[in-house]
Ligand binder design. Structure first.
Ligand code: SF4
Length: 334
């Protein structure tokens, strides 16, 4: 995740909750992508260090466990940049220009000049972030599969170019195996304005929001537009608060929401109160865990994880450099 601010419920349900479970089944690497933050926020870097710490505390609060997973900071593992540079040599420009989010974000992020090389290159940096660990799987939601597909294409191209050079050394294995998508559930989670919960829309509920803030945010949340008066009947399937209930409320509460909303038996204020209660139930254990970590502990864990990641990344780079013959040997030895 990019360190652009504290994490919110959308980040939690779309990624973190899945990552926490994956720790039981896989050897996992989770990082904070501070170089990726620069691709759009290069003009003002003043908040990156603060945000990095907040994201790390959110990771720990959500249940990512440094004893089971490697938690690290991208810029502390320089091998990502080296692989990015080398892959840049073999990646056609058109592959990056056709990434859908390239044009989309240039149009959407008004007021930011995104005609920089770093922004064009970010999908390739992402590919490097993945391939440097020679992983089997990349856990992503549906909206991220295109990035993994590009990663696979880049790996394939690399392996085609440099296959022969490493055939003996690696017993015919490819240096950069093509990773598979591990599709993780990402439920539809609306923000307070009804659009997808996202920091850039300013409609989030943060993992650190205390109960009064959650209640206040819910009070201002948009509802089914046809339910204007208390006596109007509504439909939870057309209401963002209804969507929150579907994700967080018990089946009993959800049944009461459907009945009450469709018969005008309940008011929206009451319904929002139930939604706030359900959110607080989810947030409380996260906030309790977060209180158990100091900022200096978080930094220490990040340093230690980055050391572990660097060792693993360097193993890959030794193979990559050998495959590309970027080593200092006499010509006869090649
Ligand atoms: S009662 Fe609940 S689900 Fe129905 S419109 Fe109001 S807030 Fe939405």
């Amino acid at each position: 995740m990019r360190p652009t601010g504290k994490l919110h419920l959308g980040n939690y349900m779309g990624a973190l909750v899945n990552w926490v479970k994956l720790q039981d089944q896989y050897e996992c690497y989770f990082f904070i992508a501070d170089w990726h933050a620069l691709t759009t926020d290069y003009a003002d870097t003043s908040q990156i260090a603060r945000n990095t710490l907040d994201v790390m505390l959110d990771y720990l609060a959500a249940g990512l466990d440094p004893a089971r997973s490697v938690l690290f900071l991208q810029s502390k593992v320089l091998q990502h940049a080296e692989l990015n540079l080398l892959l840049g040599m073999i990646t056609p420009l058109g592959w990056l220009e056709r990434v859908p989010s390239y044009k989309e974000q240039q149009e959407n992020l008004v007021g930011k000049d995104l005609s920089n090389i770093g922004f064009l290159d970010y999908p390739l940096l992402m590919a490097s972030d993945i391939l440097i660990y020679q992983p089997q799987f990349v856990p992503v939601g549906n909206d991220q599969t295109a990035h993994v597909e590009l990663t696979r294409e880049v790996a394939r191209r690399f392996n085609q170019f440099y296959k022969l050079a490493v055939a003996d050394k690696l017993d015919g294995q490819e240096v950069l195996p093509e990773p598979q998508v591990l599709l993780t559930p990402s439920p539809k989670l609306p923000g307070t304005d009804g659009r997808k919960m996202s920091k850039s829309y300013g409609n989030t509920i943060l993992l650190t929001d205390p109960e009064p803030v959650v209640s206040q945010k819910l009070k201002t949340m948009v509802t089914d537009p046809v339910r204007i008066r208390r006596t109007d009947k509504g439909d939870p399937d057309k209401c963002p608060v209804g969507d929150l209930h579907k994700v967080f409320s018990t089946p009993e509460t959800l049944a009461k929401v459907y009945d009450g909303c469709r018969s005008a038996g309940i008011g929206c204020i009451e319904c929002k109160g139930w939604a706030a209660d359900a959110l607080v139930q989810v947030l409380q254990p996260i906030q309790a865990r977060r209180a158990g970590f100091s900022e200096s502990q978080a930094i220490e864990i990040l340093e230690e994880g980055s050391n572990r990641a660097r060792i693993r990344a360097e193993q890959t780079m030794v193979e990559v450099r050998a495959a590309m013959r970027m080593t200092l040997t006499t010509p006869a030895a090649q």
